[in-house]
Design a protein around this ligand. Structure first.
Ligand SMILES: Nc1ncnc2c1ncn2[C@@H]1O[C@H](COP(=O)(O)OP(=O)(O)O)[C@@H](O)[C@H]1O
Ligand SMILES: Cc1ncc(COP(=O)(O)O)c(N)n1
Length: 265
């Protein structure tokens, strides 16, 4: 067997399997890369909500990253739920030590059911300690509003917010439009010079649990295989739309998307 590329996820466990580490590893596998992980927290979670959270110590998060990267160097790394500022600091330190270059930050703050997955005090740490070394940040609109400190109501606002976040040193900003109120959704990527926009129709469904995790995991897998940011963005966008369209209809709440999407590797 040809050696696969390696992608690592640093995120929380979703026991229901639709978001978090589980969505990331399933998506990595489906995109043909070998997935490794470091857990920041364990949630007791299903499609109806988060029923409990147990957060790891920053030391133990650092241990997981260190032993994995010492032995299985990642071609790309993504972060999801980071829980608090001490974990963000530990993650930043380890990734700098290991010179992890293709870093995707999914700034997970709140679960779709409303549970808080990042403390408010940690926002500043995310901006100053992770963004300068990141390749791509992928906020949804509520997360982007918190990060830039103003409301975002249309594509022009999304572009302004992308420019603002780019100033922190991140190479590319992807703004996800899943929370737009319109019938037509826009996702965009800003590379510091150009905006790359994708418009698509809102799919009328309750099965959107883990859409952000699945999208950013696909993006990370493509980067791990050597794709450039714009190509990876388009593949991830296609992947998530197909995953929502063909969701397996599981659970009584907001169900998971289809991680078995078939797209050329
Ligand atoms: N109902 C939907 N129909 C079509 N695409 C969607 C829908 N909801 C989310 N998406 C897409 O899924 C991706 C993740 O977006 P979003 O849901 O905003 O992220 P998050 O899960 O972080 O809130 C984006 O590409 C977005 O356009
Ligand atoms: C462990 C974990 N990480 C991330 C999410 C966000 O996913 P979503 O926004 O779809 O609820 C989640 N619910 N749980």
């Amino acid at each position: 067997m040809k050696k696969p590329s390696i992608a690592m996820t640093i995120a929380g466990s979703d026991s229901g399997g639709g978001a978090g580490i589980q969505a990331d590893l399933k998506t990595f596998h489906q995109r043909g890369v070998y997935g490794t992980s470091a857990l920041t927290a364990i949630t007791a979670q299903n499609t109806q909500g988060v029923h409990g959270v147990h957060v790891m110590t920053p030391e133990f998060v650092a241990d997981q990253i260190r032993v994995v990267l010492d032995d299985l160097p990642a071609d790309a790394v993504k972060t999801g739920m980071l829980a608090n500022a001490s974990i963000i600091q530990a993650v930043g330190e380890q990734l700098r030590k290991h010179q992890a270059t293709k870093l995707v930050i999914d700034p997970v703050m709140v679960a779709k059911g409303g549970a808080k997955l990042l403390q408010d005090e940690a926002i500043q740490a995310l901006l100053t300690q992770l963004l300068p070394q990141a390749h791509i940040i992928t906020p949804n609109l509520p997360e982007a509003e918190v990060l830039v400190g103003r409301t975002i109501q249309n594509v022009a606002d999304m572009k302004e917010a992308a420019k603002y976040l780019h100033e922190y040193g991140v190479a590319h900003v992807v703004m996800k439009g899943g929370h737009m109120l319109d019938h037509q959704l826009t996702d965009l990527l800003f590379d510091g010079q150009y905006f790359h926009e994708v418009e698509h129709e809102r799919i009328n469904t309750r099965h959107t649990h883990g859409t952000g995790c699945t999208f950013s995991a696909c993006l990370t897998a493509e980067l791990a295989k050597g794709a450039d940011a714009v190509t990876a963005f388009h593949t991830a966008q296609q992947f998530i739309v197909m995953a929502i369209q063909t969701a397996p209809n599981l659970g009584f709440g907001q169900g998971p998307t289809n991680h078995w999407v078939q797209l050329p590797l």
